[in-house]
Design a protein around this ligand. Structure first.
Ligand SMILES: *[C@@H]1O[C@H](CO)[C@@H](O)[C@H](O)[C@H]1NC(C)=O
Ligand SMILES: *[C@@H]1O[C@H](CO)[C@@H](O)[C@H](O)[C@H]1NC(C)=O
Length: 191
C-alpha cells in the first residue's frame, strides 16, 4: 500500500512539475507587462527619450536620430492613435500609428500599411506621470525594439540608466541603445 501511495504521489508530483514547466516556459516567452494597466493615464504627450533596436535600418539612422514627440489619443473604435512629430530632412513630419488592443491590457497590435507587417507593442512598465518602457516585437517578421517614453524632454539620469538596464535584460547590446538629442525645431512649445 505504501509503495502504491508513493507511486501516486510521484505521478501527481510529476504531473504538477510538468504543468509548472509549461507555465514557466510560457512566462519566459513573454515579457511581463505593467500590472493594472490604465489606458486613460497612458494618454497625452510623450517624448521618445530612448530607443534600442537590432535592425540594420536602425543602426544606419542611429547617429542622425533626434527626439520626437508623440501624442497618444483614444479612438472611438477602442484603439489608440500614436501621432509622432519628428525632424526629417530639415522638416517636421507627422505620422500616425493606429494601435489595436491585444489580449493583455497594455498590449497593442500595430499593422504597418507601408510594410504590410504586424507588430505587438507592449507597455512593460509605466508610472504614467514620468516614464513608460515599451517593447515592440514583430509578429510576422523578425523585429525587436525597446522605447523609453518620457513626459519631459529631459529625463532624469536614473531613468536613462533604468532604460539601459531594461534594454540589456531584453538582449540588446550597448551599441544599439540611443538617447536621441533634443531638437528645438519640431519640439518647440510642446512641453
Ligand atoms: C487617428 O488616426 C487616423 C489616421 O491618421 C485619423 O484618420 C483619425 O482621425 C485619428 N483619430 C483620432 C481620434 O485622432
Ligand atoms: C541583437 O543582436 C545580437 C547579436 O546578433 C544578439 O546577440 C541579440 O540577442 C539580439 N538582441 C535582440 C533583442 O534581438
Amino acid at each position: 500500500m505504501a509503495s502504491l501511495g508513493s507511486l501516486w504521489t510521484g505521478l501527481v508530483l510529476l504531473g504538477v512539475l510538468g504543468v509548472l514547466g509549461v507555465l514557466q516556459t510560457a512566462a519566459q516567452a513573454q515579457t511581463s507587462l505593467q500590472s493594472d494597466f490604465q489606458q486613460d493615464k497612458f494618454l497625452g504627450h510623450w517624448f521618445s527619450a530612448g530607443l534600442a533596436s537590432n535592425s540594420s535600418w536602425f543602426r544606419e539612422k542611429k547617429a542622425s536620430m533626434s527626439m520626437c514627440s508623440t501624442v497618444v489619443t483614444p479612438r472611438e473604435d477602442g484603439g489608440l492613435n500614436l501621432t509622432s512629430t519628428f525632424l526629417r530632412k530639415d522638416q517636421c513630419e507627422t505620422r500616425t500609428m493606429q494601435l489595436w488592443p491585444a489580449e493583455t491590457p497594455g498590449s497593442y497590435s500595430y499593422h504597418s500599411p507601408r510594410w504590410g507587417r504586424t507588430s505587438l507593442i507592449s507597455v512593460v512598465e509605466i508610472n504614467y506621470n514620468e516614464y513608460a518602457l515599451l517593447d515592440t516585437k514583430g509578429i510576422d517578421h523578425d523585429f525587436r525594439m525597446a522605447t523609453l517614453y518620457s513626459r519631459t524632454q529631459t529625463p532624469r539620469a536614473e531613468l536613462k540608466e533604468k532604460f539601459s538596464a531594461f534594454c540589456k535584460a531584453q538582449g540588446f547590446t550597448e551599441d544599439t541603445i540611443v538617447f536621441p538629442p533634443q531638437t528645438d525645431k519640431c519640439l518647440k512649445g510642446k512641453e
